[in-house]
Structure formats: structure tokens, C-alpha cells
Design a protein around this ligand. Structure first.
Ligand code: HEM
Length: 438
């Protein structure tokens, strides 16, 4: 029923599910379990240091979170009934589903991924995410958690990430502010953060064991394993910044900034084209609520925000109930060195460590990636995949009078690896770590 919502137990939910930490440094450590009792003990021991979603009096100086891939749950020796209670998307993992379910093509496919961590061969069992306010603190925590991991876990990869341009900047490498539009959950206590006209969603869209927008409840076996848990899609996305800038200058007809905004659907400050289509509007951008209080109902043709722009494809805001079934909470940070304005191509690898949260990988992340980002057909566009994060090679249509069609866009973003992880609740961490369990 509309008015009834359970108040979520924030002390049982891993913190990054409900809020972005806004910490500028992060490390993602990937493990393979080599000794089952030691791995279980490690998990049980993580229940305390793991950061929960409880309200902070003062922000801590670091945060830690843990997630498990299906091969990790198998290695822990979970009973078949439990292992099979996970949906096929998570059981099969990202590499097996890349071509068919994510619509990945060419360089995005697992054969071309980086060898470490061994995502393509499903050699990753667990992910430890550490965040900190300063680099020294992060290094210390990484060291301390490495010692804690001990002999039962082999580290098979580590990814570092850091905010560009200062502690509280939230820019990604193409120079746009990121992390503005995030769904808010009913019952989370954070409903006041929802922008006008964009009401909070039922918690089951992101948390197992709770009703979703259709009042269905995802359960695992036993129920304690799933309750208050979610899935994290980890995706390392390399960004070709020199190619992006070159394209803007060659095709921007003297106004590369406007072309960039049309491709993204927001200006670098974060102001949405739906509300500011002529010029960037940093004042609008600085108002957290209004900057996200819009839809495309009065811009159906895409004259303000092109229908194929990244933010419009990734979240069409069309007011249909189905729209609320494909939402994503986005976490993560840039990796690699920033390329200064006007600096020549330095050949360095840089991009985004993307961590996307959802209760159904198939209905949410995979759907958005396949149908809205990678698919050349979208809305009534024929050969226009996402111009920012799509596979390249297609067109970009700039609706207007007259319309402009930019043909054969280069690929700007390439997948370097990724995996599907289960993010257990604190209770489930203890349950998984119980060494006396069969
Ligand atoms: C390197 C690749 C990517 C870059 C540089 C990028 C950048 C951005 C930026 C700058 C925004 C606007 C800020 C905001 O609304 O919070 C945004 C929004 C968004 N992106 Fe991406 N993105 C990338 C890949 C992806 C992928 C792979 C997905 C999902 C499959 C995705 C889903 C979204 C969603 C859902 C939004 C929010 C749209 C809204 O609610 O209006 N992005 N992205």
C-alpha cells in the first residue's frame, strides 16, 4: 500500500548502498579464497569494520565495504540450495553475459579485458572497497586490511581511484560533474533528499527482502542471506580523453562546449540541458534539489536535451511506471592521471571505476547497458548508440531546426574488466562467516 513503508534498519545495510561517501580516495582489493575456514573467519571478522548506513555524528576518516562474487560463495561451501537461490545473472557473472545480455561488442568483450584481476576467467571471489579522506590514510588502511586478510586469501588484483582536481570535486575525466542523479529509497530516512517530482522508490528496487515497485520481494535461501543485501556491478571503463577532445574541436563548429553538453545532456557544472539549454548555469547546478528536478515531458522532440544524450538514454524520465524499474545507484571514482586542459596525448590509461547498485542485475544494469546505452536503436533513433559510453561507430542526432547528424562517432569508452558482486547485509556477513555452519 502506498503509505506503508518499513523503516529500513540502516545498521544492517552496508553504508555505500544508501549514501555516497564523498571521499576522494579509494582502493578496490580483489581476493581469491585459498582456505575455507580462514576465509569464513575473515568474513565474520569484517562484520565490525564494515561501514554501515547508520547516520554519522561526524564523518569517519575511512570506510570499508565487502562484496562477494558467486564463485566466492561456491568456494565457501554454501549448500546447493543457497547457491541456486541466486538469480542466473549473478551466478553466471559478467564475462559470460557480456555479449548477449550487456550487448558488449568488439574491444569491450572479455577476450580483450586486462588479465588482472582475473575477471574474464572468474578468478575473483571477493572485493574489498576502501575509501578515505586522504591518501596517507588510505595507504595505511590498505596495509592493515592486507595483514588482516592473512593466509586464507590471495590478493589477485588491486585498483586505485581518486577524485580529480581536489578533495570535493566530483568530475570525471571528460570534465563533467558526476554523481548528481541518484535514486532515493523509501524508508531510508533520506527521503528529504529526493528532488521535487521525483519521489523515492520502494526499497526492493535496491534491497533484497523488501517490496519493489511491483510489490514483489526478492528472497534468497535462507532469507537471512538476502535480506538487506544488494548487487554491485563493478565495471572498469577506460576513457579516451584525447579522442573525445579532438572530436569536440573537429565537430563543434566553434563551440566545442555546446557539443559536449549535447552529447552528455548536462553541462560540465552539472546543470541539465532540460533546464538550461543555451548556456551553462552554475547557479542552477549548485542547487542540489532543482538541479535534478526535471523531466523531458516539455522537450519530447529533444530540442533542448537531445533524445540520444547520455543522461537521457540512461534515465529517460518519461513518467512511465516502467521507468522506475530500471534505476541504478552509481558509486565509484575516476582512475588514472588527469589530462590537463590542452595537454597533449600522454598515452596514459584513465577512466572510471564504475560501481552500479541494483536488486536485479538483469532488469536494471543489464537492461540499461544493452537497451539504452549499447543499442543503436533507441526511441526513434536508428543508428545512434550512446555517444559517451556506447561502442562507437554510430551516429549522434542533434535535434533542432535544422537537425544535425554527426556520423561515425569514435569510441570514447572501453570496458577493461568487471564482475557481478553480492553485497551482503551485516547479519548475512556474520552468517556467511559462521565457521560452525555446514
Ligand atoms: C566512462 C563512462 C561514463 C561516463 C564518463 C559517465 C558520465 C556521466 C555523467 C557526467 C553523468 C551526469 C551526472 C549525473 O546525472 O549524476 C551521468 C549520468 C548517468 N549515467 Fe553515466 N557515465 C558513464 C557510463 C555509464 C554507464 C555504463 C551507465 C549504465 C549502464 C551509466 C548510467 C548513468 C545514469 C543512470 C545516469 C543518471 C541519469 C539521470 O538520472 O538523469 N553511465 N553519467
Amino acid at each position: 500500500m502506498q503509505g506503508e513503508t518499513t523503516v529500513l534498519d540502516r545498521s544492517d545495510i552496508q553504508g555505500f548502498v544508501l549514501r555516497g561517501y564523498r571521499m576522494p580516495h579509494a582502493a578496490y582489493l580483489f581476493y581469491r579464497f585459498t582456505d575455507v575456514p580462514a576465509a569464513r573467519a575473515w568474513l565474520a571478522g569484517m562484520a565490525d569494520p564494515v561501514t554501515t548506513a547508520e547516520e554519522w555524528d561526524a564523518a569517519p576518516s575511512w570506510c570499508a565495504n565487502v562484496a562477494l562474487a558467486h564463485p566466492g560463495l561456491e568456494a565457501l561451501g554454501l549448500p546447493t540450495e543457497s547457491l541456486e537461490s541466486f538469480p542466473a545473472d549473478f551466478r553466471e557473472g559478467m564475462a559470460a553475459r557480456a555479449a548477449e545480455h550487456l550487448g558488449d561488442v568488439g574491444d569491450d568483450l572479455p577476450d580483450n579485458w586486462e588479465p588482472e584481476p582475473p575477471f574474464a576467467t572468474r578468478g575473483v571471489h571477493a572485493m574489498l572497497m576502501l575509501s578515505a579522506h586522504d591518501e596517507g590514510e588510505l595507504d595505511q588502511r590498505v596495509q592493515a586490511f592486507r595483514e588482516r586478510a592473512g593466509a586464507g586469501l590471495e590478493e589477485v588484483g588491486c585498483e586505485g581511484a581518486a577524485a580529480l582536481g581536489g578533495a570535493h570535486a566530483e568530475r570525471e575525466h571528460f570534465s563533467f560533474r558526476d554523481g548528481i542523479s541518484q535514486p532515493v529509497l523509501r524508508g531510508s530516512g533520506l527521503e528529504k533528499d529526493a528532488p521535487p517530482g521525483r519521489p523515492p522508490v520502494k526499497p526492493g528496487e535496491f534491497l533484497l527482502g523488501h517490496p519493489d515497485e511491483q510489490d514483489a520481494v526478492c528472497q534468497l535461501h535462507p532469507a537471512i542471506l538476502g535480506h538487506n543485501g544488494t548487487y554491485a556491478v563493478y565495471r572498469k571503463l577506460s576513457q579516451d580523453v584525447p579522442a573525445f577532445r579532438r572530436f569536440l574541436h573537429e565537430q563543434g563548429r566553434g563551440d566545442p562546449g555546446l557539443l559536449a553538453a549535447k552529447l552528455m545532456g548536462r553541462w560540465p557544472s552539472g546543470a541539465p540541458l532540460a533546464r538550461a539549454d543555451r548556456a551553462d548555469d552554475p547557479v542552477l547546478a549548485s542547487c542540489a534539489k532543482h538541479n535534478n528536478a526535471f523531466d523531458y515531458a516539455d522537450d519530447r522532440l529533444g530540442y533542448r536535451c537531445p533524445r540520444g544524450a547520455h543522461v537521457r538514454r540512461a534515465h529517460p524520465r518519461n513518467g512511465l511506471p516502467s521507468e522506475r524499474r530500471h534505476l541504478l545507484i552509481r558509486r565509484g571514482l575516476p582512475y588514472g592521471p588527469e589530462l590537463g586542459d590542452g595537454a597533449p596525448d600522454d598515452g596514459a590509461d584513465r577512466g572510471l571505476v564504475g560501481v552500479f547498485l541494483n536488486a536485479s542485475i538483469e532488469r536494471q544494469y543489464e537492461f540499461v547497458q544493452r537497451e539504452w546505452i549499447n543499442a543503436p536503436r533507441f526511441d526513434d533513433l536508428e543508428n545512434d548508440p550512446d555517444p559517451i559510453s556506447g561502442p562507437g561507430g554510430g551516429n549522434f542526432t542533434w535535434q533542432g531546426r535544422p537537425p544535425r547528424r554527426l556520423k561515425g562517432l569514435p569510441r570514447f569508452v572501453t570496458v577493461r574488466g568487471g564482475e557481478y558482486f553480492f553485497v551482503p547485509s551485516i547479519t548475512a556477513l556474520r552468517f556467511l562467516g559462521d565457521t560452525s555452519a555446514p
